[in-house]
Design a protein around this ligand. Sequence first.
Ligand SMILES: Cc1cc2nc3c(=O)[nH]c(=O)nc-3n(C[C@H](O)[C@H](O)[C@H](O)COP(=O)(O)O)c2cc1C
Length: 409
Amino acid sequence: MTLSGKRILLVIGGGIAAYKSLDLIRRLRERGAAVRCVMTAAAQEFVTPLSVGALTADHVFTDLFDRQDEHDVGHIRLSREADLIVVAPATADLMAKLAGGLANDLASTVLLATDKKVLMAPAMNPRMWTHAATRRNRGTLEKDGIAFVGPNSGEMAESGEAGAGRMAEPLEIVAAIETVFDSRPKPLAGKKIIVTSGPTHEPIDPVRYIANRSSGKQGHAIAAALARLGADVRLVSGPVTIPDPLGVKTVHVERAEEMRDAVEQLLPADAAIFVAAVADWRTADSAGQKIKKVAGKGPPALKMVENPDILATVGHHRKRPWLVIGFAAETQNVLKNAEAKLKKKGADLIVANDVGTAGTSSGGVMGGDRNRVKVVSRAGVEEWPELSKDEVADRLAALVASRLATTAV
Ligand SMILES: Cc1cc2nc3c(=O)[nH]c(=O)nc-3n(C[C@H](O)[C@H](O)[C@H](O)COP(=O)(O)O)c2cc1C
């Protein structure tokens, strides 16, 4: 119940993404928030006040000149009784109105009359989003202290249209709302941190590849934990089936070489944490066509070559981050290998985990939800108890915050 007791006024604008606002209401109420809605006239063309009211269990406000609601100047009351106003979807029109100070319907009047924080989740066609007028309006609104979540890039509802303009997903909006209310200290604010996560896939031919069992759970949890402490996190993720962590900018790659290039492009950074299980080898040349099984010829011999060592590349880089942390997944001699890795790779810390099947009480570390790690530095070895991957992530994020704090003079 992360939003317990919070009162959220949700302004629904007239865009196709209005249907997602129904889910947003549910997600907010699940977390203990009380949600009230204002709908523009255009919004009611997309979803009905009946559905919205059924989900909020409250009256839905649609009309500035409503005699019942306005006998005590209801629009001012509405704007003040909330703890936060969220506009989702925020149409180009609503953004323009607020940037220009217009107040000619209930939604725009409430937005102008409020003394509360406003969070906008824009949604519109990519051309509308990139239009100079919308860019100008966004700049004005940001200067006025309005917060934004999204938009994301991808396919639009209109067929054949793609680009930036999709409304952030309901859970992303929830995360942005939780961040607004989160008053915990943000020791990593202003710090840029690169995290790699997941496996890499090294192609053999267009349909086959060499992979490993990494799920990305630990790396993604670390990225999310660092973001909760205020860091600007850039996650470079190999192919995984889990969603991108909220509040983190994620780049998706497949192969080790792509991961190395993506990481180098993100430098400089204050810290880098290499959690991904990068394949040590790739095939010398992946076949352009599917390798056919030929009777009597036997299996093909795969010639392997070494992949780039991303940790060592960054550990010895001219733009080396101040803090470099590597993960060492081993099945034997865990500690000895971690100590050797520390020296060879130019890392400050190695987080060693035994990924053998007896790794944790719940079974294997790779793909599982728990982890038991040893943190190896030049100062010695710290052994952490068996923890969930989220707990390991929180502890490591706190460690990163304390290490980076020593750089601030
Ligand atoms: C089918 C359809 C879809 C639309 N989708 C969007 C949209 O996603 N974003 C947007 O800014 N405007 C969209 N519009 C245009 C808005 O509905 C129009 O600008 C309207 O005046 C917005 O009113 P409001 O800002 O008061 O809600 C759409 C219009 C139509 C007919």
